[in-house]
Each structure stands twice: as C-alpha cells, then as structure tokens.
Design a protein. Structure first.
Length: 235
C-alpha cells in the first residue's frame, strides 16, 4: 500500500511540477484586466483615499531569469471625480483626475508548479493631477450671501502630486498552458510626494493662492487580475 501511494505521489509531482514555467521563456508580456485600487487623496478630501475599479489600465513586461524575473510596468488613469472638500458642508469639488505611474522591480516564484505563489518588490515614480471647480455649499454662508445680494464665487483648483513609490507585492499565478499565466496579486504602495495646491477664485480679482507640501501616503490595492503571455523560448 505504501508503495502504491508513493508511486501515485511521484506521478502527481511529475504532472504538476514541470520545469520552471516562466523560466523557459525569455520574456513575459502582460496586462491587468481589472484592479480594485486606492487612489492618492486629493486636497482635503473628506472621504480620504477613495477606492475605485479600473479596467485594462496597466501593462507589465518581464525579463525572465532562472532565479528572478525583472519587472517593468506602467499604468494610466483618466476619469472624472467629484468629492466634498474640507468638510461635508464646506465645498463640493468636481473635475478631472489624471494619474500615471512607472515602476521597475523584481519577482521571485516560490514554487514551479502550475500554481505559483510569488513575491515582488517594485520601485517607481507616480504623478497625480486634479483640475476642477470648487463651489461653496455651506447653507449658512449661502443664505447670508443671498440676503446681502452677493454670490460666493467658485474657485478653479489644481492639485498635483509627484513622487516616488515603493511597492511590496504578493501574488499567485496559474499556468493552464506553458505559454500563458493568469495572475492575481495584491500590494501596498508607499507614496512620498511633493504636492502643490493652486486656487483661483472666479471673480474680478482672480487672486491666486498656492500651497506646497511634502506628504507620505500608504495606498492599499487589494486585488489586481491579469494575464501574461510568455514568449522567446530559451531552447
């Protein structure tokens, strides 16, 4: 009976643990089809760092070695945003947010079977820009302005963050065939940025105000799902 179990185990092992799947190919090209991600905080956004769903906004290129894979990746996001600023009854801000990032790092597989957990570390650069209009929605101030027959002017606001990122990653790959991997990964991004907040009231004065900060944020990206294609057979 022991010999039978041992034989069965060896058969299963030879079926699952074929030689390093990704290591048989020089390159891997991938795309993230879906990501649930946390974005940098815009100005004094009352809701904090918001989470959003994004689709097909990230690419990945890997150079495979026997021990490590070297990763090069990028992402781009362009969407409309609306949020309350400073407090729930202070300002309502609406506009367009553009976010892009470039990262380089390495990845290490923990096993070489069809199911491969892995760890990675990426270093990179990120830029986040918001351009929009801020309107005062405080009911008391608006009522007082109405009684005085004046209008509280809207403000054009531009907020930018630029800085470097450090991102540890944990993930798992499934290889239905040797040429393709489906991956799911999660990461925590450390973002140290230089921030500029510019505001210009839309009235006759147009007096511009500018604030500058250095900020640190931790952005949690719970899940990203994508596919990789392995090319350039080493044999």
């Amino acid at each position: 009976m022991i010999k039978t179990y041992l034989l069965f185990f060896l058969i299963m092992l030879s079926t699952l643990a074929y030689s390093q799947t990704n290591g048989d190919y020089l390159y891997s090209v991938g795309i993230k089809g879906y990501s649930y991600m946390q974005m940098p905080k815009i100005m004094n956004q009352t809701a904090g760092n918001t989470y959003l769903n994004s689709y097909f906004n990230s690419f990945l290129l890997k150079f495979n070695d026997n021990l490590f894979s070297y990763r090069l990746g990028g992402s781009y996001l362009n969407r409309n945003e609306s949020f309350r600023n400073n407090c729930d009854n202070c300002d309502l801000v609406s506009g367009k947010m553009k976010d892009y990032a470039f990262k380089i790092g390495f990845e290490k597989n923990l096993t070489y079977s069809k199911i491969q957990p892995y760890l990675a570390l990426d270093l990179g650069y990120r830029s986040n820009k918001f351009d929009g209009i801020s309107n005062n929605i405080n009911p008391i101030l608006n009522a007082q302005a109405g009684e005085a027959s004046v209008v509280i002017p809207a403000n054009q606001v531009i907020a930018t963050k630029e800085g470097f990122t450090i991102t540890p990653v944990i993930g798992i790959k499934i290889n239905p065939i040797k040429e393709i991997s489906i991956f799911v990964e999660s990461n925590l991004e450390f973002f140290y940025s230089y921030e500029r907040q510019e505001s210009v009231p839309q009235d006759a004065s147009n007096v511009r105000s500018l604030d500058k900060f250095h900020k640190t944020e931790y952005l949690f990206n719970p899940v990203s799902i994508g596919i990789q294609f392995h090319i350039g057979n080493k044999n």
